[in-house]
Design a protein around this ligand. Structure first.
Ligand SMILES: *Cc1c(COP(=O)(O)O)cnc(C)c1O
Length: 406
């Protein structure tokens, strides 16, 4: 039978199946689309003909456009080309990758580090390799999607515990029958900006002989002496946090991720982490750019100092305005709106005033907790923060109306 004889073609048949999902998202105010931006500077973009200041990027130290980073990237690309050509275990692992892995291990005070193409892949590969049949991964309810997916797709079980609730986790751990237990957490929660109770989790892991896995995507470069991350900021060492995940696309300003830990852990991941083994190595030029960014992140304490000043300034102003701040001392400063449509409305009002703060809605955050996830960067000026606060004050009635509706 010729394909023409079918009443609908194959493409239409598939579309009919999936289109209702899109329609439902639209009806609920949850429809999403990427918006193409043109970058004008470290915190400035053009969006749809309008210039605006970005307050939702994870480039916390303002390194993503730094001339030294760009130069290192370009110089290496000129010598080594752009693509790595193969996976790390075939012929894609260059001298520069090896140097970067050494620098990363040193940066976070661990014996060794292993590069992954993205944080998403690092978490998927890591949890898949560690959590085997009969094992259980206990995860904070608000962990990043990549940690949750890694747990679900592992061959073990996944259980979520209430956000930061060490007592509930302890009960869940004591009810476990067999297998090994892993405690898996964000160090800085990506959508809330608050910290995991890492010291308590370390103690609990030691008491219950379970294994702690910490994803420090938003702490690396920002917290701790020299930007060494959340564990040193809390006085914790490699011995306390045996599995450490860092990402390079946020404060470090480039792209990629790594897992750091003991020689044995890294050796094991090289054998078993499928997202390390079966994928093309990062471009060596990217590794060179990242080396330059790491040095800047370590050396330029003023970036962290400036960030602290901006965070304090924003919080003081927002609290004075009575805005719905969350308990965060990190560059992630969300304003909780609750309703997805209210968040959209506020995002649009800010955009009309020249500020890009993309509203974060379910399913990225739990239902009823839509928010404006405002983030600060060392590339912002105090006057940028003041202008943002002025705009928030102008639109505060949108927040008030929202509270009344709840
Ligand atoms: C962003 C993020 C990731 C993913 O990292 P990518 O390199 O962007 O894939 C993983 N974990 C957390 C906590 C994150 O915030």
């Amino acid at each position: 039978m010729s394909p023409k004889a079918w009443p609908v073609n194959a493409a239409d048949r598939l579309d009919a199946l999936i289109a209702p999902v899109i329609q439902a998202r639209r009806t609920e105010g949850l429809y999403r689309q990427p918006r193409p931006l043109a970058r004008l500077g470290d915190t400035r973009v053009r969006l749809g003909g309008r210039e605006c200041t970005v307050f939702c990027s994870n480039d916390y130290l303002g390194l993503s456009g730094h001339p030294e980073v760009v130069r290192a990237w370009c110089e290496t690309a000129e010598h080594e080309g752009v693509g790595s050509g193969a996976s790390h275990l075939v012929s894609g692992h260059s001298v520069i990758h090896a140097q970067l892995e050494e620098a990363l291990a040193e940066f976070v005070g661990r014996p060794r580090a292993l590069l992954f193409s993205t944080g998403y892949m690092a978490n998927m590969g890591l949890l898949n390799a560690l959590v085997g049949p009969g094992d259980v991964a206990f995860e904070d309810q608000l962990n990043h999607a990549s940690l949750l997916d890694g747990g679900w797709l592992s061959r073990g079980q996944m259980r979520r515990y209430p956000h930061r609730d060490v007592a509930a986790l302890e009960t869940a751990l004591s009810e476990r029958q067999e297998g090994r237990a892993f405690i898996v957490t964000d160090a800085v929660f990506s959508m809330d900006g608050d910290l995991a109770p890492l010291s308590e989790l370390v103690a609990l892991a030691n008491r219950t002989e379970s294994h702690l896995v910490v994803d420090d995507a938003h702490g690396l470069g920002v917290l701790g002496p020299g930007g060494g991350g959340t564990p040193p900021a809390l006085g914790l060492s490699h011995a306390d946090v045996p599995v450490y995940v860092g990402t390079l696309g946020k404060a470090i300003g480039t792209f990629g991720a790594f897992v750091a830990g003991s020689e044995t852990l890294i050796d094991y991941l090289i054998q078993r982490a499928r997202t390390y083994i079966y994928t093309t190595a990062l471009p060596p030029a990217l590794a060179a750019g990242t080396m330059a960014a790491l040095q800047l992140a370590r050396r330029e304490d003023w970036r962290r100092d400036k960030l602290s000043v901006l965070i304090a300034r924003f919080r003081a102003g927002a609290e004075q305005l009575g805005l719905p701040c969350m308990p965060s001392m990190t560059p992630i400063q969300p304003l909780l709106l609750g309703d997805a449509r209210a968040a959209l409305q506020m995002g649009q009002a800010l955009l009309d005033d020249g500020f890009l703060v993309t509203p974060i809605r379910p399913p990225t955050v739990p239902a009823g907790t839509a928010r404006l996830r405002i983030t600060l960067s060392a590339a912002h000026e105090e006057s940028d923060v003041d202008r943002l606060l002025d705009a928030l004050a102008r639109h505060a009635h949108l927040l008030v109306a929202q509270e009344a509706a709840q």
